[in-house]
Design a protein around this ligand. Structure first.
Ligand SMILES: *Cc1c(COP(=O)(O)O)cnc(C)c1O
Length: 450
């Protein structure tokens, strides 16, 4: 087996996610033979540092011995069982553990496989709660500009990244979009907290105007990841929690990308000291091993569905692989690693090192901003640093950085012209230095002559 033959067979039968397939005529997909820690290896023996945790899912490296063992162990007993009418130990234990570590007040776990499905559950659950309570006029959602919540129609509806959404507009729900607290747009000299506080006025207005017809506000706490890794201050979440209470609408926190330590705390909501009414988890939940997502909610919401069967209040949503035991065992092993290895504390050193290794890039003539929240660091490449004028998107400068990084042995997959690191937590300082060097050379290669 070699790279070329597998890539050729691939092109005959596959259709890849988030890809213009024609691009593969010039840049074929890279067949990966194996992974170890932060490294991926292709069939020619070339290695790539997985700087984006394989789409933000991997936390403790590829082929992690402890997660491998947990899955193998579970495999001896039970690979899967229907979760309606039946249950099993891994799903009960995982639910107990999640409720233990999640923001206080979340009391019940509903499972699905992908993150998008967790969003669908949160949206339906919130809507259905108000139906069960007799508030039938509540049919709408408030979302943030530049947000991302997945690709299924409901999740896509409450997102706001035009690239993914525009085509499907006629099929979608129409949320009430408010200004994002995204601090890239703050005035020079203005603090993140001041800017995020200032933008909250728009949210407050929307809540005031629409509260009676709104089920929930849905946000990605602290970092709008797919929306170019834009970041904001925790104060916004604090204000939002207060306002949602005041206007009696639910708060849905989508921590699918930022949960499990990405922002420095276990969950991003902790930095604001708040509890959402619905919390969506996915991606890192299984350490990057198996598809599993969850929607956690409060007892207050749960009780609105708890009734005699004939009252027809039950939440009849389901997915075939809900609560899969293998996925739950991977999640339990992942939570064990967090507990046993003091991961969040140890990550602090890596967080500081990422900042230090990229500090010089903040002065680069084609970098408008280097921003960071915990284990997420992003560099915004622009045409003109002073005016922040972007490069025309058709020039695909980010793609040039991607290609350069691959040659050098790093998997960086920029979002447009935003280059970012979101590495597994087992990365070393030396490997971070290597990534910083690849990013700098990549930006130089992509902007040479401008
Ligand atoms: C990735 C992501 C989703 C969707 O999860 P999938 O598993 O890709 O369906 C939803 N919300 C956020 C914030 C995400 O980053």
């Amino acid at each position: 087996m070699d790279n070329d033959s597998l890539a050729q067979r691939d092109r005959r039968v596959l259709w890849h996610p988030c890809t213009q397939m024609r691009d593969h005529e010039t840049l074929p997909p890279i067949p990966i033979r194996c992974g170890q820690g932060v490294w991926l290896e292709d069939f020619n023996g070339k290695r790539y540092l997985d700087a984006i945790s394989s789409w933000w899912v991997n936390l403790f490296g590829h082929a992690n011995p402890r997660i491998n063992a947990a899955i193998q162990n579970q495999l001896q007993n039970l690979e899967h069982v229907i979760l309606a009418g039946f249950t099993h130990e891994p799903v009960v234990r995982l639910s107990e553990r999640l409720i233990e570590i999640a923001p206080r007040g979340l009391a019940h776990c509903f499972y699905a496989s992908d993150g998008s499905a967790a969003l669908e559950i949160a949206l339906k659950m919130s809507f259905h709660y108000w139906q069960n309570r007799g508030e039938k006029k509540r049919t709408r959602f408030i979302n943030l500009a530049n947000s991302y919540h997945g690709e299924t129609l409901g999740a896509l509806s409450v997102g706001d990244v035009a690239l993914y959404k525009e085509t499907y507009k006629p099929l979608l729900l129409e949320p009430i979009a408010v200004k994002s607290p995204d601090c890239y747009h703050r005035e020079s000299g203005e603090s993140w907290a001041d800017y995020s506080t200032r933008t909250f006025a728009d949210m407050e207005r929307a809540l005031e105007q629409y509260a009676g017809e709104v089920c929930a506000v849905v946000v990605e706490p602290l970092v709008q990841c797919a929306g170019s890794m834009r970041m904001y201050d925790p104060v916004y979440l604090k204000l939002l929690r207060q306002a949602c209470d005041k206007y009696r609408v639910h708060l849905i926190a989508d921590e699918i990308a930022v949960g499990f330590g990405r922002t420095g705390t276990m969950f991003a909501c902790e930095q604001a000291g708040i509890t959402p009414d619905l919390l969506c988890l996915g991606k890192g939940l299984t350490g990057g091993y198996l598809p599993l997502s969850a929607c956690l909610t409060t007892d207050e919401i749960y009780q609105a569905f708890y009734a005699e069967y004939n009252a027809r209040k039950a939440f009849l949503h389901s997915h075939s692989y809900t609560g899969n035991p293998l996925a739950c065992s991977a999640a339990l092993a992942t939570l064990d690693i967090f507990r046993d290895d003091d991961v969040l504390n140890r990550n602090r050193k890596l967080v500081t090192h990422m900042a230090r290794a990229t500090a010089a890039l903040a002065e680069h003539p084609h970098v408008a901003e280097v921003r960071q929240t915990g284990m997420i660091l992003a560099m915004e490449m622009v045409k003109d640093r002073k005016t922040r004028e972007p490069f025309p998107w058709q020039e695909r400068r980010g793609l040039a950085v991607y290609r350069h990084a691959l040659e050098q042995g790093a998997l960086l997959r920029p979002l447009g012209d935003v280059i970012y690191f979101m590495p597994p937590y087992v990365i070393t300082s030396e490997e971070i230095d290597f990534l910083a060097q690849v990013a700098r050379e990549g930006i130089e290669a992509a902007t040479r002559g401008d």
